[in-house]
Ligand binder design. Structure first.
Ligand code: SAM
Length: 285
C-alpha cells in the first residue's frame, strides 16, 4: 500500500511499547485499518481529523484510501518520529499536532494546519475507550450545528456501542443513545476482536459511524437535553414524576407541557419525548 515498513518494525525502531496509561492498543493489520477508512467514507475530496494516530496504522490507511489531507492529534510525543516518516511518504497530506485532544479547538487547529484543505471534513479515530466517550459528547455538543465535520467513525467498547445504538425500551437505552440520535444517525459498522490489537484488550470492540443530521430531529437546547436525560436516567428505575424532581422546576408543569405519562420510566421515553422535556424545561427555568 505504501513503501513504509511494517508496523511491528516501526514500533520496534521507535521504541513504541504500548503504555496502558495512554490506552494504547495498536492496530497492526493494515487490511483492517483500510476497512475502517473505507467504511468511514474516506476518499479523494475528503479531509480527515484523526485523534490518537499512535504508530500510524490507521493514518496510513486514511492516506492510502485517498484522503486529501489528514490532521492528526497525538498526546504521546514518542510517536512523532514514526508519524513524520508517514508524512514524508505522503508529501503535503499529513500534519500532526502533539496535544491532548480534549484541549483542542478543532476548527482553529484545522484552519491553522500548514497543509490545510477546503475539502469536507470527517472524524476517524481509534481512541482509548474512556477518551472516546468524552470526545463524542464534546463533538455532539458542537456549536454551531451543523458542525465542522460531516461524520464521525469511532471505535468503542462493544457495550458502549450497544448503548449508543439502543432503542427505547431496552436496557442499554440511556443518555448516550438520546444524545447520539438527536444530532446524528449512529450505526454499527462491525465488531473487532481483541486479537486484532497489540496488546490485546479484554473486550470486543465495535466501530460506529455517526452521520451528522443537518437539522437535529427536533430543536432543543443541548444543555437542557443533558439536564433532562441526567435527571431521568440518574434514577432509571423510578417513575419519571419522581426522577425529574432533581431538575428543580415544577414536574407537574413539565409533564403537562409535554403530555408525558407521569408513571413512565426513563428507558421507555422516546428520543422525541426527551427533546420535548428539554424544551419545556428551558421554558420553565
Ligand atoms: N490509531 C492507532 C491505532 O489504531 O493503532 C493508535 C490507537 S490507541 C487505541 C490510542 C492512541 O490515542 C494512542 O496513540 C494514544 O497515545 C493516543 N491518545 C490517548 N489519549 C489521547 C488524548 N487525550 N489526546 C490525543 N491522543 C491520545
Amino acid at each position: 500500500m505504501d513503501n513504509l515498513p511494517p508496523l511491528r518494525e516501526v514500533i520496534n525502531t521507535h521504541g513504541l511499547q504500548a503504555r496502558k496509561s495512554l490506552g494504547q492498543n495498536f492496530l497492526l493489520d493494515l487490511n483492517l485499518t483500510r476497512r475502517i477508512a473505507r467504511e468511514a467514507g474516506v476518499q479523494a475530496g475528503v479531509q480527515v481529523y484523526e485523534v490518537g494516530p499512535g504508530p500510524g496504522g490507521l493514518t496510513r490507511a486514511l492516506l492510502a484510501e485517498g484522503a486529501d489531507h489528514v490532521l492528526a492529534i497525538e498526546k504521546d510525543n514518542r510517536c512523532l518520529a514514526a508519524l513524520s516518516e508517514v508524512a514524508d511518504a505522503y508529501p503535503g497530506r499529513l500534519d500532526v499536532i502533539e496535544q491532548d485532544a480534549l484541549q483542542v479547538d478543532e476548527a482553529t487547529a484545522l484552519a491553522g494546519s500548514p497543509n490545510q484543505s477546503e475539502a469536507p471534513c470527517i472524524i476517524v479515530a481509534n481512541l482509548p475507550y474512556n477518551v472516546s466517550a468524552v470526545l463524542l459528547t464534546k463533538w455532539l455538543q458542537a456549536d454551531p450545528w451543523p458542525p465542522w465535520f460531516q461524520s464521525l467513525t469511532l471505535m468503542f467498547q462493544k457495550e458502549v456501542a450497544d448503548r449508543i445504538t439502543a432503542k427505547p425500551g431496552s436496557k442499554a437505552y440511556g443518555r448516550l443513545s438520546v444524545l447520539s440520535n438527536w444530532r446524528t444517525s449512529p450505526r454499527r459498522l462491525f465488531d473487532v476482536s481483541p486479537q486484532a490489537f497489540v496488546p490485546a484488550p479484554k473486550i470486543v470492540s465495535t466501530v460506529v459511524r455517526f452521520d451528522v443530521r443537518k437539522k437535529p430531529v427536533a430543536p432543543a437546547d443541548v444543555n437542557a437535553l443533558q439536564a433532562a436525560t441526567t435527571a431521568a436516567f440518574g434514577q432509571r428505575r423510578k417513575m419519571i414524576r419522581s426522577s425529574l424532581k432533581s431538575l428543580g422546576v415544577s414536574v407537574e408543569a413539565l409533564l403537562d407541557a409535554t403530555e408525558i405519562e407521569p408513571t413512565l420510566r426513563a428507558e421507555t421515553l422516546s428520543v422525541e419525548q426527551y427533546y420535548a422535556l428539554a424544551r419545556a424545561y428551558v421554558a420553565l427555568k
